[in-house]
Design a protein around this ligand. Sequence first.
Ligand SMILES: Nc1ncnc2c1ncn2[C@@H]1O[C@H](COP(=O)(O)OP(=O)(O)OP(=O)(O)O)[C@@H](O)[C@H]1O
Ligand SMILES: [Mg+2]
Length: 350
Amino acid sequence: MLTTLKLRDFRCFATLETEFAPGANVIVGPNAQGKTSLLEAACVLLRLQSPRAATLGPLVRIGAAGFVVDGFYSGNHLQFYYSPRRKKLALDSVEQRSAAEYLHIGRAVWFSNADIALVRGPADERRRYLDFVAAQIDPGYRRHLRNYEKALRSRNRLLKTPAVRWREVAAFDEPLVTAGMALAQARSRLVAALEPLAVEAQRAIGGRAGELLAMRYEPGIGNEDFAARLTASREEDLRLRQTTVGPHRDELVLEINGHGSELASEGQQRTLALALRLAQARLIAERREALPLLLLDDIFGELDPARRNALLTHLPAGAQQIITTTHLDWAQAEIGRVFHLENRVLRVEY
Ligand SMILES: Nc1ncnc2c1ncn2[C@@H]1O[C@H](COP(=O)(O)OP(=O)(O)OP(=O)(O)O)[C@@H](O)[C@H]1O
Ligand SMILES: [Mg+2]
């Protein structure tokens, strides 16, 4: 459970300090008051990653040098300072050289209206989804991902030079293959574990429509050996001046009732996005044997009552939740602790 959260120079907040209750915490406020930013801060504190930005630079308050997020989670004191030039992490007041131990503490699942992009958006949205889950259940995953991205960047940089020297490019093949194979195996296992959970959630939320979801991992290295694929694609790589095979081309294929999810109705797609998030919450709870913090950004107001109820009954029971909303009229009485956020001030309503 996240008991306290302190921010400095994070998005629109110069400073903010708050305490959260067990169960549901609802943050109510008009548009552009910082509701999503507050949830984002909780996510960054636990996972060092923003659910809505690929890099952390835009999270620094305009005009400030860097941000701080600080809080107590499951009795551990987490502190993270970020500026584009320097990052600093502390766990229980001990500065950390690597993020591994720090990241071992936090568990979080993010739900938002923008999740529809998981279904309709480009493949990198789905890869980011897989990475976010994998990093929370597989301790070695982040290292493989980092190593892969580093080798890929270096290799692509060389492929863009005017006179490409193939020997130099090929020097990155070995680290690329090692990390790439590890990633592909981890993602393949992850999709296999997520599928039954997502199928069940889709069926439960979709209700009488009897929607059957299928989920499949399509590796960007094909089904052959990655090293051989890499050698075989040299000409293509030279022509396009980038690495054309590898896990950065992975796809998570989603189908509803036997058809690609791009053919599904808007409602089915929204249900599917929700099912993916629920599967994530279930899997983290199962594997970590502890509940994740659920961060729900403005989704309840948008769901019809049937899907809202299905969602509520499908969330892992007992998990702490931070929920943002512009209005409370969807909520039943006694929803939990209610906060009001306006003019950058957060106060407990009841
Ligand atoms: N780096 C930044 N520095 C300063 N302000 C920022 C920064 N990034 C975003 N903002 C501002 O923070 C404000 C709050 O944004 P946020 O998305 O958190 O609002 P919200 O309460 O979730 O609104 P909505 O109900 O419309 O979703 C916005 O006015 C936005 O322009
Ligand atoms: Mg918002």
